[in-house]
Design a protein around this ligand. Sequence first.
Ligand code: GDP
Ligand code: IMO
Ligand code: MG
Length: 426
Amino acid sequence: MSATVLIGSQWGDEGKGKITDFLAEKADCVVRYQGGSNAGHTVEVAHEQFKLHLIPSGILYPNTLCIIANGVVVDMGKVIEELESLKARGIDTSNLRLSLKAPVVMPYHKKIDELEDQASLIGTTKRGIGPAYADKINRIGVRICDCLEEASWLEKKVKKIVEYKNRIIEGIYQEEGFDYRLVLDQVLEQVNYLKPYLADTSFLIYEAIKQGKKVLFEGAQGTLLDIDHGTYPYVTSSHPISGGACVGAGIGPTQISRVLGVAKAYTTRVGEGPFPTELNDEMGDLLRQRGAEFGTTTGRPRRCGWLDTVILRYATRVNGMTDMAITKLDVLDGFETLKICVAYRYQGRLLYEFPESLGVLEQCVPEYIEMPGWQEDISGIKRLKDLPANARSYLRKIEEITGVKQCLVAVGAKRDQTIVKCEIFD
Ligand code: GDP
Ligand code: IMO
Ligand code: MG
């Protein structure tokens, strides 16, 4: 059995797209199980860059089955845009499958996301993610399979929901509402385009695993953005942690053999919320500039800080992590010393476990150890033993603190800038 769940170990943007693409060469199937077009996964091959939001990062391999499963909230217009853009670049997209059970992100979700974020100040991506998940839980969502039902039934459903949403948009926010007929027409046109891709994806994934195929679940966002286990309320509305793969793809926990945590060699976060190791100084600016830390989806500058192993140990626990991939090690080239947060100081005590409460986290001061940096350019290095001794010590320290073995180390954005320490798929 070779089903591996790949997750973000921090606040997203760890390089999940790059690692997924790297592993997709050997994977038979890559599955997105949560999130939506809030995700921005970058894949670089030779001189080409691909920014994927909904389509799995395995799509560049024509023989890899790529699945958008039921747990993803789907902006059908965005899927079509991504498909068209990939096709225009010569990418074969016939291996994409989209769950019939996936909830649809409707135009009013995006509008409400924008309006609500002005009050909540979470700094969402405004892609309608929170409102679409809220409607799913509230049982007033529209699923893709609903759009294939009899026209009059769907019309009645959409009319009722749009009228309700208009009461919120017009009544509370005094903004213009939606014409349900236009919403309906758009949805029908989009589902018609996507018809060839629609499938019972839980069945496809189950069969693939049963046949011994190599299945990779591509998490979006990251552990600290998880609705239950992240820095609530500054989180997304889904379950990016590994457990989310079961519900979000319709498979059982017994089907998963490994959990690969992707961790950036330092820490970043987009949007609001506490961030203990954040650097609001030239060092933070330097990391942002060297790491090109600007959001793939929104273009916002990412907040940057030192590596936080309290977070990585927490991510190890809540994901049941078996392996780790460290990315962007090359961004740390040229620093005299590097700091690693090993604990938090809170009201005079040292905390080694990530706090449950946001109030506590906000008062935590990181406790650092210092490691010597390296001056060499490591971006062309292919083997672990060729890395500078201090870079190897930095990696070893992370392994020692987390207790999780590292199987991959990325030293650049491109596919071939990846050092393999152990194979995920043999
Ligand atoms: P994701 O959301 O986790 O897939 O990550 P993003 O694509 O949003 O952000 C990661 C960024 O870092 C992208 O621009 C990648 O091309 C880039 N990247 C990934 N791995 C490396 C690496 O090892 N070194 C450098 N310099 N860039 C990397
Ligand atoms: P990938 O998959 C980083 C953040 C937003 C905001 C919060 C809630 O590329 O790692 P949402 O629109 O989801 O309701 O926003 O979550 N966020 C991300 N941050 N990477 C992402 O995805 C993110 N997706 C959402 O900035 O703080
Ligand atoms: Mg991203």
